[in-house]
Write a protein of this length. Structure first.
Length: 188
């Protein structure tokens, strides 16, 4: 008779931190039950989402800078799960957030709200700061309403100036892209 040790069953699998089963176990253990638990978990995830939006914006900026001309737009329009307009807003929101005009911990949670803040002229941004508007829980609708109220006081000139500046920046980017494409077509 053999004296070798025989196992009745294989040993339990070792769970690696990135394993989906580990995530499922953690989720099962921490399933929210009370309102404050739901709020806490959702807030935690939302905070992670904000960081992800800014990282996506930074990657889009880098992709636009690094990829050969034409590849960026082709990838954005054909491959990414959002529109070119969303990509533009993500890039501009990330660029503005990285500028340091507002500390990261005070930035709103949504990239679209950060993008709208980025369109404010410095004096209007300063007013928003003084009015206590720049804070993490700032909602896009609140910012739009604030801009409307501010626009009435000066016939909307600041808002129109900001939009004009934004359009000029877009036109400059388009003219640059047109020039590159024309150069590529002339010298294949």
């Amino acid at each position: 008779m053999s004296r070798r040790l025989k196992l009745d069953a294989p040993p339990p699998p070792v769970l690696i931190e990135g394993d989906a089963r580990v995530h499922a176990l953690k989720a099962a253990k921490s399933e929210p039950q009370r309102a404050e638990e739901f709020v806490s978990e959702i807030s935690r995830l939302w905070s992670r989402a904000q960081g992800a939006f800014l990282e996506i914006g930074q990657l889009l900026i880098r992709a636009k800078d690094v990829l050969p001309h034409g590849e960026y737009m082709a990838a954005v329009e054909a491959e990414l799960p959002f529109s070119a307009r969303t990509a533009y807003q993500l890039r501009e929101a990330a660029r503005w957030a990285m500028s340091g005009l507002v500390p990261m911990e005070r930035l709103p949670g949504a990239y679209s709200t950060i993008y709208l803040l980025s369109t404010l002229e410095p004096p209007l941004l300063q007013e928003a700061e003084q009015d206590g508007l720049i804070r993490p829980e700032l909602k896009r609708a609140e910012l739009i309403e604030w801009r409307r109220r501010k626009g009435r006081g000066d016939d909307g000139r600041d808002e129109r100036r900001a939009r004009l500046d934004q359009l000029r920046r877009q036109r400059a980017r388009l003219e640059e892209e047109i020039a590159r494409l024309e150069a590529e077509l002339e010298h294949p």
